[in-house]
Design a protein around this ligand. Structure first.
Ligand code: GAP
Length: 435
């Protein structure tokens, strides 16, 4: 069973994973700031995605394109015309809702009145602003609603400079913005969020095979990072759900506390985007296949994940409570690769003779891992805090250390303790902390 929603939100706030944006001004709805632990967890999720999608592959390269792009991009991509959700407003309480997300299309989810909705209006989700000092229609630009288009418009630049031949992928991580009608469920649906997207270009007749390959790869990525298999599923889209560009999509879904919901969409975008940009820009974006001496538009398989949403899911999935010595122990069983802190160095007390050993030890370990040197409170409370933030190892310097030059290393999950010689701590951790 997934953890209770409020428990996770409270933990995230209490331990400094996530704060409400602009809290001192009463908060800005649907915007969040990632605190020290949240920023580290989010970065670790993104690093693991990059490692698996770019670093470990011979045929995938990275990109970091601009958030602001020519407005022509969004006309060509279809976003100006059709990146919209149906909006209805309740004439009784003025609440706005997304019609396609309502359980009952006649009933207001806020006041419960039936039959009080206005006619649905299509509401474009792109944030508009102006480039430069003049606020005119000619100066309109959009905050990108997906990172994908930055990849398509750079297809030829990247292919040429990285000397790529099909099949190959271009990957990108970055912020996207959508003026969602109904943001909610904490960081699950926000108006500013981060995506991790990869466009995989292939020969048209190989697209189905690559689609299946990427479904498998992406599902395995979550499982490899410790996500519970029963909480993860692949769900193919029905024909009526497909986006304007897609000829086939499956979602990776997670069993969130409110039910199954999307973590990632894996879409067969066919040649929709390259063709659309070639048509609008007048540039030839076809691929030249030298061995067969022919030009064609590659087809595209796109695994598109949400970094912020996935981070939230890993947090939920890792949360566990267990009874230890008649007390409840809260432990985040995060995969060590995702843990914000890899090891905590804890002197048993603040006595100078212990600190003289623990502080240099922490400094030494810091060169390789994220380390906390925590000297406050009783040792039991410090263990509890480290369990709650998912730290895989606690390294305790006690009075015996002065005699035997060894420390106690405690494992988060088993709570087993090993006595490790001071000069072997690095080796001990390196064997247990994967890259
Ligand atoms: N380029 C394709 C694309 O953007 P999408 O399904 O709209 O596809 C991909 O978005 C992923 O981005 C989603 O699966 C989700 O994880 C994340 N995402 C989309 N909208 C989001 C929002 N408002 N807040 C947080 N994450 C969001």
């Amino acid at each position: 069973m997934p953890a209770d929603f409020d428990t996770i939100v409270n933990l995230a706030k209490k331990r400094g994973f996530v704060f409400q944006s602009s809290e001192i001004y009463g908060g800005l709805r649907s915007a969040y700031d990632y605190g020290p632990l949240g920023a580290a967890l989010l970065r670790n999720v993104k690093d693991q995605w990059w490692r698996s999608m770019v670093q470990l592959r011979d045929n995938v390269v990275g990109l970091d394109s601009a958030i602001l792009q020519s407005p022509e991009v969004w006309v060509a991509s279809g976003h100006v015309a059709s990146f919209s959700d149906p909006l209805v407003e309740c004439t009784n309480c003025n609440t706005r809702s997304r019609l396609d997300k309502l359980d009952d299309p006649e009933q207001c989810p806020s006041c419960g009145m039936r039959g009080k909705f206005t006619d649905p209006k299509l509401f474009n989700l792109m944030f508009r602003t102006h480039m430069g000092p003049v606020e005119s229609e000619e100066n309109v630009v959009y905050l990108r609603p997906e990172t994908a288009q930055g990849i398509f418009i750079n297809f030829e630049n990247v292919r040429r400079t990285a000397r790529l031949t099909l099949p190959f992928g271009i990957a990108q991580i970055g912020k996207s913005f959508r003026n969602e009608i109904t943001p909610g469920q904490f960081v699950f649906r926000t108006r500013e969020f981060e995506q991790m997207e990869m466009e995989f270009f292939c020969a048209p007749d190989e697209s189905q095979q690559w689609f299946e390959y990427w479904l498998d790869e992406r599902r395995s990525w979550y499982l490899d990072l410790g996500m519970t298999a029963d909480n993860l599923r692949l769900r193919p889209h029905g024909k009526d759900e497909l986006s304007h560009y897609s000829s086939g999509t499956s979602d990776v879904e997670y069993a969130f506390p409110w039910g199954w919901d999307e973590l990632e969409g894996i879409a067969n975008r066919s040649d929709f985007d390259l063709k659309a940009h070639a048509d609008r820009s007048g540039k030839d974006l076809r691929y030249f296949d030298q061995p067969n001496n022919e030009r064609f538009y590659p087809h595209v398989i796109e695994p598109a994940a949400g970094a912020t949403r996935t981070t939230f899911a890993f947090l939920i999935d890792a949360y566990a409570e267990e009874i230890v010595n008649e007390d409840t122990r809260v432990v985040l069983r995060l995969d060590p690769r995702l843990s914000p802190v890899k090891a905590a160095v804890l002197p048993l007390s603040k006595k100078p003779e212990l600190m003289e050993i623990s502080a240099p030890l922490a400094d030494r370990l810091r060169h390789r891992w994220e380390i906390e040197h925590d000297v406050t409170q009783a040792i039991g409370r410090r263990y509890r805090r480290q369990d709650e933030i998912g730290t895989p190892f606690c390294v305790t310097v006690d009075f015996d250390t002065l005699e035997d030059q060894a420390v106690t290393v405690r494992d988060r999950d088993t709570m087993a303790q090993d006595r490790v010689s001071l000069d072997k701590v690095e080796e001990y951790l390196a064997e247990r902390l994967p890259a």
